[in-house]
Write a new protein. Structure first.
Length: 137
């Protein structure tokens, strides 16, 4: 397995955020434990949709880019305390139907053995804006 981080830092979380913005699934997975869990911000369960294990997490991460091909997490701010961390961000993306989403959100992380064991995502529930049909003046 690739990189392990003896101590998780805000710089490591920024590298993880940068991989999300590059849509680089291999880089993202290099940060995750073998038994990683991703709890998405939406889904049928109390935790959203829960993806457990590397292949399920890989699929869950990739699904974000299928839903929002131009997905971007900006204005990132991170902090780490021991085996826990937080990333705050502004998510922007456009769905296939042209609806645009812009919301604040955060990820809560649990680290183990120099990797991310749990990525628990939250974001504001804001209705998407309509697709823009007029041209700017």
């Amino acid at each position: 397995m690739a990189n392990t981080f003896p101590e998780f830092t805000t710089e490591v979380l920024q590298d993880f955020a940068d991989a999300w913005n590059r849509h680089d699934i291999n880089a993202l997975m290099s940060f995750m434990t073998d038994d990683c869990v991703f709890e998405s911000s939406a889904g049928p369960d109390i935790c959203g949709t829960r993806y457990a294990g590397r292949e399920a997490v890989r699929a869950g991460f990739a699904e974000v880019w299928v839903t929002f091909p131009d997905a971007h997490w900006g204005n990132a701010c991170h902090f780490v305390q021991g085996d826990r961390g937080v990333s705050e961000w502004t998510f922007t993306g456009t769905r296939a139907d042209g609806a645009r989403v812009e919301v604040h959100g955060c990820d809560l992380f649990t680290f183990r053995d120099g990797k991310i064991a749990l990525k628990n995502s939250y974001r504001k529930n804001r209705p998407p804006s309509s697709a823009r049909t007029d041209s700017p003046r």
